[in-house]
Ligand binder design. Structure first.
Ligand code: FE2
Length: 497
């Protein structure tokens, strides 16, 4: 039975297709529409999803009626009274009117339950404590679940704790993002990067002003439209505000991890929701659980897979994050090596696109990480702020020699935690101001990026490369070969397929 999962209607729409536990396809709508963080499904992504066969069921990641009750409470009357999205059937008829969905059953699952399933049912665990932290779904903003498979192999979820709107760590972090002039629900990762340049001393003032009960994660105000600490601008810099917000967010996240641990459900942690993308905070969660799994797409786009997983009910066979559009052909290892040796920077667009916000080698801009000039050069190509560092991708068995991996993170295969670099002077381009790096470790998995790193190591003695996403500024990552050609033309960097 083919099940098609959809998340859409808020931000970062996604589509997934599974069949009998195999993940056939999973991708972001934005890669097809070229609208960054596109909230809507489009014909192109649906046509590609349907090329895997007509689904027997379409599973949606939210309960629209329930969401509308929260929207009414929040005063979002336009959205609450728009009934064109009251079921996934109505939504698809509106946004993909030329596609025939007749005869396909539909199902709707809760927003946080879909996050939980996307994590647990792709994890290697038979039993796990699941923590979901995001901005907002229907009502839930933080949930803790006890998850396990019953004797028939069916996933069972028991909700152990919840916090609801408007008390939300995600909304607080988005509010802080807005406070420093960045775009909320988009540029939270820049706020996280800025935090390394500031002093978190004002986090206590922020805590005093905003938090009613730190253990229960209850705030004094609704931060849906921003936070009220505007006086902070008179006291300090944007970098200090970012540091204070990051510091406070980390303390709140750790409170939830401690609460989750106290249920004593399992030593395994599955962590999901958009807040799980905060890789600086993630370095600190390892002390609470023995094993950690964050599905590499923990935000809302990933919940398309979660909704499909709930409809299926059993474990999914997770092999890698390479689940999107395919650019066929062998990984161009030798072309990339030649390009790196002559120009130091080269693009690659090969194989299936990554499902998730990180480029992991199939839609990447790669560079020689050694030396002082390379960071400036790559930042200029990508037109990013000069303070922002890049990520290293390294042979997994050598990661420990170069990075002090935090507790609980022996590996970081999906760039989900930062680690202190042991030799920052040798690799300034991949080390942040605070000495940390967002590491991607690559195991002996037969992938193209693994073969490339092995050969690069033999040729240069350097076991890592600089890795950043292949995208034009303000646009989503390159998806197909035409996008790669456009990237080449605009930036003059050769992209191999
Ligand atoms: Fe969410």
């Amino acid at each position: 039975m083919n099940i098609l999962g959809i998340s859409a209607g808020f931000h970062d729409a996604g589509v997934s297709v599974i069949r009998e536990g195999e993940i056939l396809f999973a991708a972001h709508a934005e890669r097809y529409s070229k609208v960054k963080h596109d909230e809507h499904i489009n014909n192109e992504i649906m046509q590609e999803a349907l090329s895997y066969g007509k689904p027997d069921m379409i599973a949606y990641y939210e309960k629209p009626w329930l969401k509308k009750t929260r929207q009414l409470y929040a005063g979002q009357y336009d959205q609450a009274l728009d009934f064109s999205n009251i079921t996934i059937g109505k939504y698809l008829a509106k946004h993909t009117p030329t596609i025939d969905y007749s005869g396909i059953r539909t199902a709707h699952y809760g927003h946080h339950r879909s996050h939980a399933a996307a994590g647990f049912q792709t994890s290697p665990f038979q039993k796990a404590t699941v923590v979901v932290i995001d901005a907002i779904g229907e009502w839930d903003t933080i949930t803790i679940w006890g998850a396990e498979y019953d004797s028939k192999g069916c996933a069972v979820y028991k909700r152990l704790w919840r916090q609801v709107y408007p008390h939300s760590i995600g909304l607080f972090y988005s509010g802080a993002t807005k406070l420093v002039g960045l775009r909320p629900l988009d540029e939270e990762y820049i706020l996280m990067g800025m935090a390394a340049y500031g002093e978190p001393g004002l986090s206590d003032l922020m805590r005093l002003d905003l938090i009613d009960n730190e253990w229960e994660i209850r705030f004094k105000e609704n931060m849906h439209s921003g936070i009220s600490c505007k006086y902070l601008h008179n006291l300090t810099s944007d970098m200090d505000i970012a540091a204070a917000a990051q510091d406070l967010a980390e303390d709140l996240i750790l409170n939830i991890m401690l609460r989750a641990r106290k249920f004593n459900w399992s030593d395994n942690l599955v962590y999901m929701g958009g807040v799980a993308l905060n890789c600086s905070a993630n370095r600190r969660i390892g002390g609470y659980f023995d094993n950690i799994w964050i599905m590499p797409n923990p935000g809302d786009a990933g919940s398309s897979l979660g909704a499909a997983a709930l409809a299926y009910g059993r474990t999914l066979n997770w092999n890698s994050a390479y689940l999107g559009h395919n650019i066929p052909g062998a990984y161009p290892v030798n072309d990339i090596l030649d390009g790196l040796l002559t120009n130091k920077i080269v693009g690659v667009a090969n194989g299936r696109a990554e499902f998730g916000p990180r480029a992991l080698g199939n839609r990447s801009l790669l560079a020689d990480p050694r030396g002082k000039e390379i960071k400036e050069k790559v930042n200029a190509i990508k037109q990013r702020q000069q303070f922002r560092p890049f990520a290293p991708v390294i042979l997994e068995e050598l990661a420990d020699m170069y990075f002090d991996m935090p507790r609980g993170w022996d590996t970081s295969r999906y760039m989900q935690s930062v680690a202190r670099c042991r030799v920052p002077d040798l690799f300034p381009a991949i080390v942040h101001h605070d000495g940390s790096s967002r590491v991607q470790t690559v195991p002996k998995d037969g992938s193209g990026i693994r073969e490339l790193l092995e050969k690069w190591f033999v040729m240069t003695g350097c076991p890592m490369l600089l890795n950043t996403s292949l995208n034009v500024r303000g646009e989503p990552m390159v998806n197909n070969r035409a996008d790669a050609d456009r990237f080449e033309q605009l930036y003059g960097v050769k992209v191999y397929s």
